[in-house]
Design a protein around this ligand. Structure first.
Ligand code: CUA
Length: 160
């Protein structure tokens, strides 16, 4: 009988320790500012991009008075749109980019700004940018993605 009771006490103690360790790990991660790769945009099946209502017709969509969504598909070695056709957005607008990749990991960087994200197959990255006066920005892939990585670029035209 005595032994049985001690067993229970030790069991309870061990459980308490486990809970404590988990709490420490969880709290530690939050405290250190660790976050998942931005997945606000959700997930997407890389082989089914053509079935997506927006990524199947990537480009600029008006969502509000001065607000736009831009859907971009990255692939070896271009942005669609961006490379063959520039991305066009109106001046003085707030633009949310939704970016995914249909093959390997790419980067999406608006040259000369702090706007950049990774383009990961299966994931939709979203970044929101405010554009001012009409101008043109360069677009770069800043994640090594293969033999022509250095040539993967494009442009954004901010139009009046
Ligand atoms: Cu795409 Cu580097």
């Amino acid at each position: 009988m005595e032994i049985h009771r001690y067993e229970k006490i030790w069991l309870a103690g061990a459980l308490l320790l486990i809970v404590g360790f988990i709490a420490t790990i969880s709290y530690g991660a939050v405290g250190a500012g660790i976050e998942m790769v931005d997945d606000d945009g959700g997930q997407i099946e890389p082989n089914a991009i053509s079935d997506h209502p927006k990524f199947s017709e990537p480009g600029t969509y008006k969502t509000g008075e001065n607000e736009y969504d831009v859907y971009v598909v990255a692939y070896q070695f271009a942005f669609d749109p961006g490379t063959s056709d520039p991305i066009r957005v109106p001046a003085n607008s707030e633009v949310t980019f939704h970016i995914t990749s249909r093959d390997v990991v790419h980067g999406f960087e608006i040259v000369g700004t702090n706007a950049n994200t990774m383009a990961i197959p299966g994931q939709v990255a979203t970044i929101t940018v405010e554009f001012g006066e009409p101008t043109e920005y360069g677009l770069l892939c800043h994640e090594y993605c293969g033999s022509a990585h250095h040539a993967m670029e494009g442009s954004i035209q901010v139009v009046p």
